[in-house]
Design a protein around this ligand. Structure first.
Ligand SMILES: CC(C)(COP(=O)(O)OP(=O)(O)OC[C@H]1O[C@@H](n2cnc3c(N)ncnc32)[C@H](O)[C@@H]1OP(=O)(O)O)[C@@H](O)C(=O)NCCC(=O)NCCS
Length: 156
């Protein structure tokens, strides 16, 4: 495991997205989520799409945005397999939370597939509620929906 002290979190650029797509399996394992990595998100939501970089490359990233009704929505978050369990996912989320608050967000939200136990445990550790929404992706296609209201404090 590697630490988070030498990691810098900054807004993501298109070059960063190309880099993580080139090493997709180091972040997502067997699952192919490449089609969800939308370059438009990086172009249009620059301050809420973040990368955590270090000397050895991009250790984690988060793509998100704030909706007009004040929801800070995290579309994707992943940390590189060799960087997990060191607090980097929490740190990326805290940076997103601050950026979302700066844009007036009043709650955070994310979704994951029903079988993604790691993501469910991660979000619960960050204080999110988790509920299964049966037809989220259409009839018979449930997803887990995470939500957390933003109060006065920043969740570190
Ligand atoms: C989910 C993911 C982003 C977590 O990143 P991470 O850098 O390992 O997370 P952290 O080290 O910051 O952990 C934060 C908390 O979540 C908990 N946690 C993280 N992953 C966990 C897991 N797989 N099982 C149980 N708890 C977990 C940690 O124990 C920690 O809790 P604590 O602070 O209360 O001790 C990472 O496992 C990942 O990239 N997974 C593959 C991609 C994915 O599924 N992303 C989410 C769906 S969009």
């Amino acid at each position: 495991m590697i630490g988070v002290m030498d990691v810098e979190t900054t807004p993501a650029g298109t070059a960063d997205l190309h880099l993580v797509l080139a090493e997709h399996s180091r972040y997502w394992g067997e699952r192919d989520l490449r089609s969800l990595h939308l370059f438009a998100l990086v172009h249009e939501f620059g301050s809420t799409c973040l990368v955590a970089r270090a000397d050895d490359g991009i250790r984690g990233y988060l793509l998100g945005f704030v909706t007009p009704t004040g929801t800070g929505y995290v579309h994707l978050i992943a940390t590189r397999e060799d960087a997990r369990g060191a607090g980097l996912g929490r740190r990326l989320h805290a940076a997103f939370e601050q950026a979302a608050r700066d844009q007036g967000a009043r709650r955070l939200k994310a979704i994951t597939s029903v079988g993604n136990a790691g993501s469910i445990a991660f979000h619960r550790s960050l204080g999110f509620t988790a509920r299964i929404v049966d037809d989220y992706n259409g009839p018979g296609r449930p997803m887990v929906v995470f939500e957390r209201p933003l109060t006065g404090r920043v969740c570190q």
